[in-house]
Design a protein around this ligand. Sequence first.
Ligand code: KG4
Ligand code: ZN
Length: 341
Amino acid sequence: MSIVILGIETSCDETSAAVVVDGVTIKSNVISSQVDIHRKFGGVVPEIASRKHLEMINAVIREALDRAEIDFKDLDAVAVTYGPGLVGALLVGVAAAKAIAYGLDLPLLGVNHIEGHIFANMLVESEPGLPVLCLIVSGGHTDLVLIREFGRYELLGSTRDDAAGEAFDKVARVLGLGYPGGPLIDKLAACGNKDAIPLPRAYLEEGSFDFSFSGLKTAVINYIHRAVQKGGEHINKADVAASFRQAIVDVLADKTMLAARRYATKNIMLAGGVAANTLLREQLSRRASEEGLRLIYPPPVLCTDNAAMIACAAYYKYLRQDFAPLTLNAVPNLRLGRDCY
Ligand code: KG4
Ligand code: ZN
């Protein structure tokens, strides 16, 4: 018998609902992005995000059911992101999921957003081979996680300052490229020279799996300011984008490969918005295969925020009967592997 789960995701600026069968077949994955609204502010405005989620949530859920050609009565469970994220934004999804669970007497599943990003990989490869190493790189997180068993996560390292996506967004802003900056830098970098500008790469203490990108970000900002003071005509934006992208990817790839070797993992997974980065995928794929490992990564639409990954992660919780009570609340600083409901 198949298990049909409705997933709901509203942790940041995407209102999303998806129907996923047996944790692997995506029947629908509706994503209503608020990016055009937040763009003029150069980043996500939390109050606007929650209001927009409230306006969109019912229509997005309806659309997800329609596209999957099912109705509420065909659902086996409803799953929702309950953290980490913006509290007002999370609350909209949590309230909607609880209302559906209560109204239809369905089991409720509370999903950690970061765990959702990890499980986006299970939508493309349901048996990744354990232990597997996952590099999670999003707008809010940069984590290297060792997974010996799903549901239990060993944090090997994380960022001490800016997240990788945050660094991409800030550099893009200084270059006047727009928001979100990651995809724009990625595209522009393809026409630039990666060796044009020498930039620092922070490896921290020997053997550390932590990251730090604020020095790199400041070096780029200083380079641009100096060039502007000299008249500005010397700035080749594509060269800045290519040099910056190379510096950030070098550190991410080096540390990931070091951890894969240290913990003798079978394979490597990429998760989060920055996992859509073309250079990161290319460089890590090549280096992984040189060492007999496989790099698994979701298609770009499943790297950035979406509800299919939430429904997928929820399926494994469903199998474990790990249900959330109807008192489920939003937990803005929820930690990976530590459920609190
Ligand atoms: O996972 P996500 O959608 O939201 C969070 O949970 O944060 O990640 C969004 C981040 C943004 O910082 C965006 O600039 C970055 O992912 N991003 C990229 C690319 N596509 C999205 N960064 C680098 N290269 C890309 N192609
Ligand atoms: Zn995310």
